[in-house]
Design a protein around this ligand. Sequence first.
Ligand SMILES: [Zn+2]
Ligand SMILES: [Zn+2]
Length: 411
Amino acid sequence: MTGAEVKQRIVKDSKGEKQNGIKEEKKQKYWEPLTDGVKWIEKYGENLENFFERLPEFISTFIATLAIFTFGATLRGEWVVILVTALKQLTGQTQNTTNATAILELFSSRNLKMENFSMFFIGAHAVSLSTYFLIGGFLHWYFYMNRRHRAKEWKIQPDKWLSPELERHEVMVGTISLLIVGSFSAFLACYIYNGNPSTVYFQFDEYGWLWFFLQFPVIFLYADYTTYILHRLYHTPWLYKHFHKLHHKYKQPTAFSVTAIHPFEILHVQLTSCLPLFTIPVHWLSFYSVAIYVYYHGIIDHSGINFKAQWWQPWQPDAEFHDQHHEFFHCNFGFNMSLWDKLHGTMRKQNRAYTEDTYHGEAPSIDSPEGKAILAENPDLIESKVLQEEIPEVIQNIKTSKTEVETNKTK
Ligand SMILES: [Zn+2]
Ligand SMILES: [Zn+2]
C-alpha cells in the first residue's frame, strides 16, 4: 500500500464515511500529526539508517557522540542569544527592545541559573539511551534471535511476530521520543541542581525519617495512578486516533516499544509525573528510584517475554498484563499496579471480543451476535493464544465454519 493510500484510508476511517474525490484531495493538504509525522520519520529514518549502516562502526559512533555533544553545548543557552540578536536585527529594534529583551532576561542567569547544562544533557542521554539499547538489545539478542525457534517457552504471543518494518519503526520512534524526554530530564536536573525554585531536598532527615520512607509509596502511587488516568484518557476516540494509536501499531510489543509513543503524549506523561518535584517535599533519591523502577518495568512489560513479578512486588502484574493491552487495545490500562483497572472495571474480561474499535474497557460478549460477528471477522482474534486457551470450542467452531465456507466456494 502506498503512503497516499494509507492516508486516504485513515481519513476515511476517522470520518467513518466515504468522501468524494475532491473532498479527499482537500483533506490531504492538512498536516496530520500522526500520519504525516510517522511517514516523515519513516522516510528520513530509513535513509539515515542506510547511511549509518554503510559507515564503519567507529565513524558512526563518533558522529553520534559529536552530534550529542554539539547539541548539548549549543543548548546551554547560547541559542537564545542568537535568537534574540537575530530578532533584533530583523525587526530593526536596535534601540529599545521589548519582547526580545524579555526573553533574554528570562533565560539569563539572573532569573534562571543553568550552569553545567551540557554535562546534564550528555549524562541524561547517555544513561537513558544506554539503558534502552543495552537492555532492549540484550533481550532482542538473547530471546528474539537465539531462542526464536523455541518461542513457545518464553514468548507471550508465541505465534505472532512484529514485522521487521515495524521493528525498525519502533526503534526510530522510540529513540526520537527518548531524546525528547531525555532533554527535558536534563533540563529539570540542571534546574534543580542550580538551586532554582522546587520542593526537592537533599538531606535524608530534613523532613524526618518517617517521611523519607513514606514518600517512596506516595510517589509511586501518584505516578502510577496519574499514568493510568492519562493512559485511559488517550484511549478515548479522538486522542487515540490522533496520538496514542501510534504506540498501538505494535500488537506484539518488544522492549523497544516502551518509548515508541507520540512525543506530545510522552511529554504530557512526563510532565505529570514530575509535578511532585514542585508541590511536595521530595528527596531526589526516592523520586529517581521510583522513576528508574518505572522505566525498567516499562521495558520488561513491553518485552513480549513471559516475565513474572517477583515475590517482593505483590502490586506488580506480570508482563502478560500490558502485552494483552497491546493485543486487545482498550483494556488493562494500568502499568505497575493492576489495582486501578480492578477498581475502575477496565481489567480485560474473559469471553469478550475486544478490538481497536471497542472503546472504554468494554466489549460485546462472545455469545452475543455482535461478539460472534467480531470474532469471525478478526483473524487476529482467532489466532490469539489467550482466546484459544480461554474459549477453545468457540474458536474451533469459527475455524470449521470458515473452512466449510471456503471449500463450498472452491466447489
Ligand atoms: Zn494504550
Ligand atoms: Zn504499551
